[in-house]
Design a protein around this ligand. Structure first.
Ligand code: ATP
Ligand code: MG
Length: 568
């Protein structure tokens, strides 16, 4: 491609609206142009990057045995009602009506459509397992679209869905996809980590997110400094000493604790360690027609992970903290809550495992300015026991092999064992070996194709611009004629251009009538991996080759250009 014949507009200044590096650089390098919030045109250079990522995704998915198809973006609401997500998905789902007032959505993901497809077309176990995938534009009305391609309202995703009769078959495909994803992200040149992820309320399911380690990431990852363990903070666990020395249980006693509403103030006032106090935190879930309340109990030196509380009760909606008025309405007192006999029956209570091993501890007395001391498990009221602890940097990793560290990550991929979540509700069954109808189980596998482009820039840049890994660079080689008025330079440049093209090199030829410095600046900003610079030495048979990655440069013979441009 000739620079003068394509459409590339670069900018010196960072646009005001851009906060993170990748957004700034992709705008400045003329890769994308915003149309509305989270809604972009992919300009020619940006499009080439996406197409290269898509090519890698297709090649690896093909190798894995998955089958490509293309499902509609427009999806009838009926299917979303069948799955229950018409109401559960919330305002992120872009809904619209057709001319007959029938409800539709713009697909944010395709579990409903693919399950419908499967139940209509697949009838026998003999056709299993099968994994369908597509690469397509997705729509999500994100509450906070930002960071350019990182979090769009319209973005490109590779989504895949596998169907199985047995858990073993799903496990095998899940591992196959995990390996495929590692291959894809490695080929894209990313520094990433698969991390254990929260599976929401689907009990026992497995899920991994593929995280690109970068400051601009929106997720926190905890990973072991010496072992393999890595997990999203939402899901992470750590090793702590749960077992406490056994004590003889004493009689619970009311004590006055005026204005001692914090753990620290109780520690000083009662002269006890934090571990001897049980914290009680109240949450609420706003449902369609009412509000439900949940109380979480944990040892005083530990913190609660809200997501784990939500999962412990199998909830679909996020939990929120309660207001002071609500606490009062429930007959409780802020700072003095305790899960004791007589507590409001409508509150469901989860106790962290850490509380189970305590003796003679302190808890709120549900009375202003009073706590109970010498409380024991038998005195507590609770519905379930679960791990609701927040793991933190500095904790021991779950197996004790290493210390947890924290890093920021950008989620570029997500794989998930769905089990029968959709197939059961939507009646996706096949005949098994004995001619009996059986509900299938599913896995789903997503890659944020457009987010991969942004994440790559986030990880590969310097003060001059983007440093594309060769595999997904918009062009691999930028051939720069330093002076278009010099006939000899032009003639030699044209020859090298032809030779590179004939030999199938991915080259852009900067044939613009501009100063060399201007061309170099653009080349560095856009981030072409290799520059071939045709200057005054060309007549003597030499050109300069310069690598974006390490700024290394060499004078080489013109006849050696192909050799130097080859991938090593
Ligand atoms: P996030 O937590 O970042 O919102 P998600 O869990 O909602 O992601 P999935 O539903 O698992 O994402 O979608 C699969 C992949 O699609 C994600 O791993 C991510 O790479 C990409 N993705 C999701 N939402 C967006 C978005 N708004 N813009 C760009 N890419 C996205
Ligand atoms: Mg999301």
């Amino acid at each position: 491609m000739r620079f003068s014949k394509t459409f590339i507009k670069t900018y010196k200044e960072s646009p005001k609206e851009a906060e993170v590096t990748s957004h700034k650089l992709m705008l400045r390098a003329g890769m994308i142009k915003q149309v509305s919030r989270g809604n972009y045109t992919y300009l020619p250079l940006g499009l080439r990057v996406l197409q290269k990522i898509e090519k890698i995704v297709r090649e690896e998915m093909e190798k894995s045995g998955a089958i490509e198809l293309l499902m509609p973006i427009m999806q009838p609401a009926d299917l979303w009602m069948e799955s229950g997500r018409w109401s559960a998905y919330g305002p992120e789902l872009m809904r619209f009506k057709d001319r007959n007032q029938r409800d539709f959505v713009l697909g944010p993901t395709h579990e409903e459509i693919v399950t419908y497809l499967f139940r209509e077309l697949v009838k026998s176990y003999k056709e299993l397992p099968v994994n369908f995938y597509q690469i397509q534009t997705k729509f999500r009305d994100e509450i906070r679209p930002r960071f350019g391609l990182m979090r769009g309202r319209e973005f490109i995703m590779k989504d895949g869905y596998s169907f199985h009769l047995t858990k073993e078959s799903l496990d095998k495909e899940y591992l196959n996809m995990k390996k495929t994803y590692c291959n894809i992200f490695t080929r894209c040149g990313l520094n990433f980590r698969p991390v254990e992820a929260d599976t929401g309320s689907i009990g026992g399911a497995e899920s991994h997110e593929f995280m690109v380690l970068a400051k601009a990431g929106e997720d926190d990852i905890l990973y072991s400094d010496t072992a393999d363990y890595a997990a999203n903070v939402e899901k992470a666990t750590s090793k702590i000493d749960l077992i406490m020395p056994k004590e003889e249980e004493k009689q619970k006693t009311l004590v006055e604790t005026v204005a001692k509403t914090s753990i620290d103030s109780l520690v000083t006032y009662l002269n006890i360690p934090k571990q001897k106090i049980v914290k009680s935190i109240l949450f609420k879930e706003i449902c369609e027609d009412d509000i439900k309340y949940y109380l979480a109990l944990i040892r005083g030196d530990l913190d609660i992970n809200e997501i784990k509380v939500k999962n412990a009760f199998n909830l679909n909606t996020e939990l929120e903290l309660v207001t002071d008025e609500e606490i009062e309405k429930l007959g409780l007192v802020k700072g003095y809550i305790g899960a004791l006999e007589g507590i409001n029956e409508n509150i469901q209570i989860v106790m962290d495992e850490s509380v189970k091993y305590l003796f003679n501890f302190v808890t709120g007395a549900n009375k202003e300015n009073y706590h109970y001391i010498n409380v024991n498990i038998k005195d507590l009221k609770y519905d379930i026991i679960a791990d609701i602890r927040l793991a933190k940097a500095g904790d021991l990793s779950p197996k004790g092999d290493g210390v947890l560290k924290i890093a920021r990550g950008i989620e570029v991929g997500h794989i998930f064992k769905l089990g029968d979540k959709y197939s059961k509700k939507m009646n996706a069954k096949v005949l098994d070996e004995n001619g009996k109808l059986q509900t299938v189980i599913m896995g789903c596998y997503g890659i944020g194709v457009s987010r991969v482009a942004a994440a790559t820039v986030e990880q590969n840049n310097d003060e001059n611009g983007i440093i594309w890994p060769r595999s997904i660079a918009p062009y691999e080689i930028d051939l720069i004629a330093t002076n278009m008025k010099n006939e000899k330079i032009v003639e030699i440049s044209e020859k090298i251009y032809e030779k590179l093209k004939v030999n199938k090199f991915d080259v852009i030829y900067d044939d613009r009538n501009e100063k060399p410095g201007f061309k170099f600046k653009d080349a560095d900003l856009i981030g072409f991996p290799i520059k071939i610079i045709v200057g005054n030495k060309a007549e003597e048979g030499f050109v300069e080759i310069k690598y974006r990655k390490n700024s290394e440069s060499k004078l080489i013979k013109i006849e050696d250009v192909l050799e130097y441009c080859k991938e090593k």
